[in-house]
Write a protein that binds this ligand. Sequence first.
Ligand SMILES: Nc1nc2c(ncn2[C@@H]2O[C@H](COP(=O)(O)OP(=O)(O)O)[C@@H](O)[C@H]2O)c(=O)[nH]1
Ligand SMILES: [Mg+2]
Length: 216
Amino acid sequence: MVKKTVEISAREHNDLIAAENRKHFFDHGIFAVNIIGSPGCGKTSILEYTVNHFNETFAVIVGDVKTALDSDRIIHAGHSNAYAIETGGGCHLTAQMIKEKVGQMETAAIDYLFIENVGNLVCPSTFDLGEHLKIAVLSIPEGDEKVRKYPALFLRAAVVLINKVDLLGFMDYDIERVKEDCRAHNSKVKIFETSVKTGQGLDAFFDYLREQRRYF
Ligand SMILES: Nc1nc2c(ncn2[C@@H]2O[C@H](COP(=O)(O)OP(=O)(O)O)[C@@H](O)[C@H]2O)c(=O)[nH]1
Ligand SMILES: [Mg+2]
């Protein structure tokens, strides 16, 4: 008898685990979002703001190459349900990492799961974690050409937050051009102009998440 072995790629394996995660989230009523952006664009700051202004029950997972500094910031902001994943060199989170971390949580009490991916506009874009929404975060100091340079993320992100809009007057940044670039990649993209310093756009973003959770 000829023995056949079936080999699957790392990405196919990731997709299988991501599908398991998605079913787990569905079964437990958890709406999961995967937040992707460059280092320093404001991902953790947005989550700190979320701790103080989003009154639903949620958990936070923060991925970084090293340290638990960002999950410590979430805990320090007053939210104990925050977990760190150190990738040890990996430039993105994987569905397996999320599966293991979610396995340690008391999921019955969670309505939302915020996942801050490793800071990077490339690798995290194509690794499904089982999330319902991929959220891209841009920020004004990064410059206004990033959507054109890193299309993979903007083809897949359902939502784009253009953060640090409080700095718009200080930098050359054509925000209308950036929005056009986002829409050229995804005509249905939902765009929010946000600032953690002033709170601009974040309540509207939270309302959007609540609306999306109702239909997932
Ligand atoms: N002016 C301004 N600074 C911000 C805003 N959001 C974040 N920052 C600052 O940007 C820096 C990096 O933020 P952080 O949340 O650590 O970014 P992350 O690497 O994407 O998690 C910090 O100094 C924040 O205080 C914002 O909306 N406006
Ligand atoms: Mg961070």
